[in-house]
Write a protein that binds this ligand. Sequence first.
Ligand SMILES: NC(=O)c1ccc[n+]([C@@H]2O[C@H](COP(=O)([O-])OP(=O)(O)OC[C@H]3O[C@@H](n4cnc5c(N)ncnc54)[C@H](OP(=O)(O)O)[C@@H]3O)[C@@H](O)[C@H]2O)c1
Length: 260
Amino acid sequence: MAQIAIVTGASSGMGARMALLLAEGPFGISQLWLIARRRERLLSLQEQIRRRNPRIKVRCLEGDLLSDAFFDTFSAELSRETPRILFLVNGAGFGKIGSVSALALKQQEAMLRLNCLALFRMTKLCLPYMKEGAGRIINFASAAAFLPQPDFAVYAAGKSFVLSFSEALNEELRNRRISVTAVCPGPVKTEFFGIAEEFRSVPFYKKLAMADPDRVTRLALSDSLRRKPVSVYGAGIKGLRLMTKLLPAAPLFAAMRLFR
Ligand SMILES: NC(=O)c1ccc[n+]([C@@H]2O[C@H](COP(=O)([O-])OP(=O)(O)OC[C@H]3O[C@@H](n4cnc5c(N)ncnc54)[C@H](OP(=O)(O)O)[C@@H]3O)[C@@H](O)[C@H]2O)c1
C-alpha cells in the first residue's frame, strides 16, 4: 500500500514549496500527488522532484477544484489506489481585494468555493485514508482569519472558516493521532498578489510586511510535525493575533483606515 502526500495548489507559491520539502524529507513518502490547473507547472515540479529524489513517484492530477467532475475523479482514484495518506496539504486558494459591492458575485462565490468548500471536500474525501497515528493535514488559512477585513471581506471570512474548521477537526481527530495545522501567515511574496490586485492594490502596510514563502512554508511543515494546531510566521503577525484577541474590532478598523 503506497504511503502518499497530497498537495493542492502545487503549481505555485507555498504549495509548490511544500511539495519540494515533503519530497526531500525523511517522511517515508513513496508517492506525491500534485493538484492544480496548470499542467506545465506541475510537470516542471515533477521534474525537479525527480532530480532531487528519484525514489518518489510523482503523479500530476491536473484539475479545477471548482468543478464537481474533479472531485468525482479524485474520489474514484482514492478508492482504486486505497493509499495511506501521510500528508494532505490544502494549499490552493485565491483572494481578490475590493469591496463586496464592487467585486462580481461570481468571483466572490468562487473565492468561497475554492478556499472553503474545496478544502472541506478534499479533507472529507481523504479522511478515511489518513494514516492513524501519523497522518497530518496542513490547511492554508491566513492571518486574515484573525479579524474581519473591509475590502477583503469574503476572503477573510472564508479564512476564518478554515481556521475554525481546522482547529475543531484537530480536536475530533485527537484519538486517531491525526493532526490538523492551520497555517496563518500575513502577506507572503508569491503570485497571490498578482491575482488579488486585479481591481485594487494591496494597502501599503501589507507591502511592508511581505514574508519569504520559503520561510513560511518551512515553519508550517515543522509546526505540523510538532502537531501544532496553528502556525503563525513572524513576530508582527503573532502580535496582530494577540491584539485581535484583546481588542474589539472598531479600533483595529480605525488603524486600517489610517494606514490604507
Ligand atoms: N501569499 C499570501 O500573501 C498568503 C497569505 C496568507 C495565506 N495565503 C494562502 O496560502 C495559500 C497558498 O497561496 P500562495 O501565496 O502560494 O498563492 P499562489 O502562488 O497564487 O498559489 C495558489 C495556488 O492555488 C492553485 N489554484 C487556484 N485556483 C485553483 C483552482 N480553481 N483549482 C485548483 N487549483 C487552484 C493555483 O494553481 P493553478 O492556477 O495552476 O490552478 C496555485 O497553485 C492560499 O490558500 C492562500 O489563500 C497566502
